[in-house]
Ligand binder design. Sequence first.
Ligand code: AMP
Ligand code: DBH
Length: 567
Amino acid sequence: MARAGVVPWPDDLAKEYVAKGYWRRRPLGALMWEWADAFGTRVALVDGDRRITYRELAETSDRLAEGLSRTGLERGDTILVQLPNCWEFFALVLACARLGVAPVLALPPHREHELTYMARLAEVSAVVTSGLWRGFDHQSLAEDVARDRGDGCRVLIVGDTVRPGHVDVRALMAPAGDPDERRRRLDSVAPTADEVLLFLLSGGTTGLPKIIARTHNDYEYNARRSGEVCGYGADTVYLAVLPVAHNFALASPGVLAALMSGGRAVLLPSPQPEAAFAAVERERATVTSLVPAVARRWLETFEPARHDLSSLKVLQVGGSVLSPTEARSIMAGLGGRLQQVFGMAEGLLNYTRLDDPDDLVVTTQGRPICPDDEVLVVDEDDVPVPHGRPGRLLTRGPYTPRGYFAAPEHNARAFTADGWYRTGDVVRQDAAGNLVVEGRTKDLINRGGEKVSADEVEDLVRRLPQVADVAVIPSPHRELGETVCACVALRAGETLDLPEIRQSFLDRGVAAFKAPELLVLLPALPRTAVGKTDKKALRKLVDAAHIPVQPAGDRTPPAPVAALRHP
Ligand code: AMP
Ligand code: DBH
């Protein structure tokens, strides 16, 4: 069942990927039962006091699948899912996989601005969310998003308080009927593996964030091959502290590969160090994945006399730049084997290998997982640069889709005519194929691993009546790596401060991590010869202004620089 808006791989390659065993042509829902048959009574997921066995997970997912179809969902439908790390997330993803319903995986900090956009783009027919989470009423948010979609769009809640008119997901999971009969019924309506398993959100390369359709075939390989590279097995205990809606914690190798291996995944609501350390100790976690910003916090908090992290064999760090110095201190400070991960929701995954020499592990971001991952490093005219020189990374392969979902115009720029994905990253490649990320050409801010599109923030700031012109650039930040800096030229006689901008973001329902943390007021923005905003000049200007660096541990936004003189 082909979905409009999904760009398939060329037929000959699809055949080759099957022939080479990358694509198993088995939908994830069928694999879920394979795991249950093989690992039945072993614990698959740990969420607080709840311990879910493989069999329980499969049976619950099947019940939920039938429950979802009773609400009217069917093969080919799309739903929006915004859940914190919880076991129900996996029952839901697997239930959807059983039915051929594709969830769009939103992150918990997303708000109306992001959710409405994604819901429209993917034409969702239901919104699944939690109740109150971190003091925020997600149920009301989901209601607004569903209302925007129109009458047929249902709200489904994973939580204790389910308002009238909404569907209680846990009630849909309640035991009923014969599990074997249900299994057979669902087997008979299963989707094929070339259908969409789920949609991931990407920071994109320009403009608004995009969504990426990942098929059963390609995503299963993504997780399985990652698990192989990272030494996953039945004794793997993966600790998920980053959002499981993100490709890193979900399938790089993350929770999905733990389930495939007969291992176990322990789900935490946040990467807060003390709680995470306690969970490592209690569950004897063997592997976890962190963004550099979190690794830094862990390193600052860790005290060998108080915390026992000795079970951690592998510590994955990825999502944003990790300097060799930091890599060394993480390696020395937290124990376990450091593994750098350079990945993307668009596909291509690079890992340093567990048996790589330390020097390689600290100085590179690893190499691709698949022999058929194609990597090209090119100049601005798409001409390959001499090996070892930095250039723009292009890639194709069996788990790198050929286009963003429903974005033909953007795809014409983000992909070459031959289907190469323009990652927007600037890398150099060593003789053994290891990649070093040196920078990027895409206009985004990588805020502690969260990607923020400059275009999107500029568009929001520009809506303020005081603003004549705006450019958004990254500003260096000790803890997060980068934060969002808005450079603004005001209309004559107007004033504007950072709290006002941030409040306008809040009022518009924009995810908090996108709100500018630094405001630089300029009489006019510098221009290039062709009249575009000169962001390079702007960065130099802002850097030279010595805006005070935020002290470690201080999470209040730094005071804005009231005015900088334009040279
Ligand atoms: P996304 O496309 O939103 O999934 O984000 C993927 C992007 O994150 C990559 O294209 C890189 O720009 C960035 N990224 C991921 N891992 C690393 C890493 N280890 N070092 C530097 N940048 C990274
Ligand atoms: O940053 C990312 O998007 C990312 C990082 C590490 C990712 O998608 C992944 C691993 O799978």
